[in-house]
Design a protein around this ligand. Structure first.
Ligand code: FE2
Length: 194
């Protein structure tokens, strides 16, 4: 496995198109290349209120994020808006749980969900994890009492997704926000530039 810099990884990603992201080109690249953990540190910001979504880079075809997880932080149950996702777990361990709808749908949006298969806990290592909507709705949670850091490549970018409200038993579409953008704390001034 060849060690590469984050810039070399971004060069590779910037050469891809919406079509090439649908092939196994990313899987093959991740199988043969390793990006040092330190490369992601300038983008690693932990957030107290919720897990942190830190944007590293983005174009029309992909977005690359560093997600930070303090103990007990987790995502809601969500889908991936039909986009593909590859994850590298840099630190700690994360638990993935899949869900499927059960019973009838009320008003086109009310569902009961039940767990699909067993929850799977993944520890930091060199292996990438692949996620798409064919794997079903899912949630991700920090599995330990220590912080976790994961890198997520989405192709294409996922500006919105559906999340499941466990109290209302229904889905809502939410716009996904960034906690930081390219290593800077996200604020209105930066937002206006893009
Ligand atoms: Fe996800």
């Amino acid at each position: 496995m060849k060690s590469i810099s984050l810039n070399q990884f971004l060069d590779f990603l910037n050469q891809q198109t919406s079509t090439s992201f649908k092939t196994d080109i990313v899987d093959n690249f991740l199988k043969n290349h390793k990006i040092d953990h330190e490369e992601f540190l300038p983008y690693t910001f932990f957030r107290e209120e919720t897990y942190g979504r830190n944007l590293v880079a983005k174009n029309d075809f992909f977005e690359l994020l560093v997600l930070t997880w303090l103990p007990e932080q987790r995502t809601p149950i969500h889908d991936h808006a039909d986009q593909r996702c590859w994850m590298l777990l840099e630190l700690g361990s994360l638990t993935f749980k899949n869900y499927e709808p059960v019973g009838s749908i009320i008003d086109g949006k009310k569902y009961q969900l039940k767990p699909l298969g067993k929850a799977e806990t993944i520890k930091a290592g060199n292996q990438s994890v692949y996620i798409d909507d064919s794997l079903g709705l899912h949630s991700i949670a920090n599995a330990s009492r220590k912080p976790a850091i994961s890198v997520h490549l989405y192709a294409g970018p996922v500006p919105k997704c559906r999340i499941y409200n466990e109290t209302l038993k229904s889905f809502e579409t939410v716009e996904l926000e960034y906690f930081t953008f390219s290593g800077n704390t996200w604020n209105e001034d930066i937002q206006e530039l893009h």
